[in-house]
Write a protein that binds this ligand. Structure first.
Ligand code: TYC
Length: 114
């Protein structure tokens, strides 16, 4: 928080009785934009493979990974984490590369948070 002092000379014609008005200006705190990493459902990627991806690239526990995988399976998509742009981009690339190398059509994307 920053304090601004404004000297007021307009109170009387001769400048007598000057007042000081103290106002507060909100400092603009800069937060970097954050990005959601999303996992998409498909009909072919094995459930165990998706669970493994969540554990390996997102550090998610086995039981949480099973829950998230089932959410994607049932609802079509789920947020698996929220990261800075560079981290999100890296996670998406790692997942897409790992899925491709294992010949699974698993899709992972990122989306800017509102
Ligand atoms: N729907 C897949 C199946 O029935 C499982 C799956 C879950 C695939 C999550 C992708 O992101 C995914 N084998």
């Amino acid at each position: 928080m920053q304090t601004d002092r404004w000297r007021m000379m307009a109170d009387t014609p001769d400048g007598e009785g000057d007042t000081t008005v103290v106002t507060k200006t909100k400092p603009k705190t800069q937060r970097p934009p954050m990005y959601k990493v999303l996992l998409l459902n498909d009909d072919y990627t094995p459930m165990e493979f998706v669970v493994h991806v969540l554990e390996r690239f997102f550090g998610i526990s086995h039981s949480q990974a099973v829950e998230i995988m089932l959410t994607v399976h049932k609802k079509g998509v789920a947020v698996v984490g929220v990261f800075s742009y560079e981290i999100a981009e890296t996670k998406v690339a790692q997942v897409m590369d790992f899925a491709r190398r294992n010949q699974h059509p698993l899709q992972c994307t990122m989306e800017k948070e509102d």
